[in-house]
Ligand binder design. Structure first.
Ligand code: FMN
Length: 292
């Protein structure tokens, strides 16, 4: 399927974009209006863009339905302040409730049952239940259009961070398993960053990986190894010199059994190596791969 934005309705384009650009982090934005009345609403057009100065941007867009603008945008234009709270799994249902279009002046803190806590450098409250809250000054509000669906980029500078001690590890770093964040996907879907969904991809900072282009041809063109397997091998700093795996019975068996069928032998060796890569045993994987 190919799409030119001008050929489909904004509503449909919106759905395709939100289904594709996902999962998106959620900015649970707390603002106050010019009279100090609180507002709390989620926005997944959101990210961090730098740390010196620390910059976050989120976007309350013009409603596609009727081209009206959101209270959060009005509040931010009036007060130039916001507290961005991140959203953990434990908060997701209440956060969703806070996205209802309550009339201006109704506090979503009350409706959604979150606890407001006074901030120290800005007027809007922070959310007590959030694992991290960012007190922000708004540097600029940039309207990207005037029609329904147009973004309004709220460019914020973080002036103070609040981090719940309970999400820190022993090195005082944020533990991705403890923070248990949720993110927004297309339609009504969310995803939870926990369990096996949270995984590491080791990246050597000082030493360069050899790259997939430098892998031996039979490995690079393998019918068994996946793109992820090749990525892991290409991230190694060199092709190791192989020692004989005298005591690896499986390898010895493979070499014996498929001695006369080179093509099948390579496939079976690659299958074995794939399993080893999956277990993180790269040394043995290389030895298996290079023994063909
Ligand atoms: C998880 C989630 C993410 C959302 N992200 C956005 C967004 O990025 N931009 C937007 O304009 N509306 C977004 N919405 C819808 C707004 O939260 C909703 O329009 C809300 O009523 C706005 O409140 P306000 O008028 O009090 O600012 C999102 C809703 C949910 C539940």
């Amino acid at each position: 399927m190919e799409i030119l934005p001008q050929d489909i309705s904004t509503k449909q384009l919106h759905a395709y974009l939100l289904g594709s650009i996902a999962p998106r982090p959620i900015c649970f934005a707390s603002t106050v209006d010019s009279e100090g009345k609180p507002n709390l609403s989620p926005f997944s057009f959101f990210n961090v863009f730098g740390s010196k100065p620390p910059i976050c941007i989120f976007s309350p867009a013009r409603r596609v339905r009727d081209n009206t603008i959101k209270d959060t945008l009005e509040n931010v234009i009036a007060t130039k302040e916001v507290v961005i709270n991140v959203v953990s799994y434990a908060m997701v249902q209440q956060m969703s409730l806070a996205s209802c279009e309550y009339p201006k002046g109704v506090s979503e803190f009350e409706k959604s049952g979150f606890t407001p806590v006074a901030s120290t450098l800005v007027k809007p409250f922070r959310v007590k239940e959030a694992p991290v809250s960012l007190e922000c000054k708004v540097l600029e509000v940039k309207a990207m259009g005037t029609e329904g669906g147009a973004a309004n980029l709220i460019i914020c500078e973080v002036v103070k961070m609040h981090i719940d001690d309970a999400i820190l590890d022993e090195n005082q770093q944020i533990d991705p398993h403890k923070i248990d964040l949720v993110a927004r996907m297309g339609m009504d879907y969310y995803c939870r960053a926990s369990g096996e969904s949270v995984f590491e991809v080791p990246k050597p900072n000082l030493s360069l990986g050899i790259g997939i282009d430098r892998l031996p041809l039979s490995i690079k063109n393998s019918e068994v190894l996946s793109g992820n397997d090749l990525g892991i091998l290409g991230n190694c700093t060199g092709i190791p010199i192989v020692a004989d795996l005298q005591d690896d019975e499986r390898l010895i068996n493979i070499l014996k059994t498929y001695d006369t069928d080179g093509v099948l032998k390579v496939q079976v060796l690659h299958q074995y190596a794939k399993e080893l890569i999956g277990k993180g045993d790269l040394d043995t994987a290389w030895q298996v791969l290079l023994s063909e």
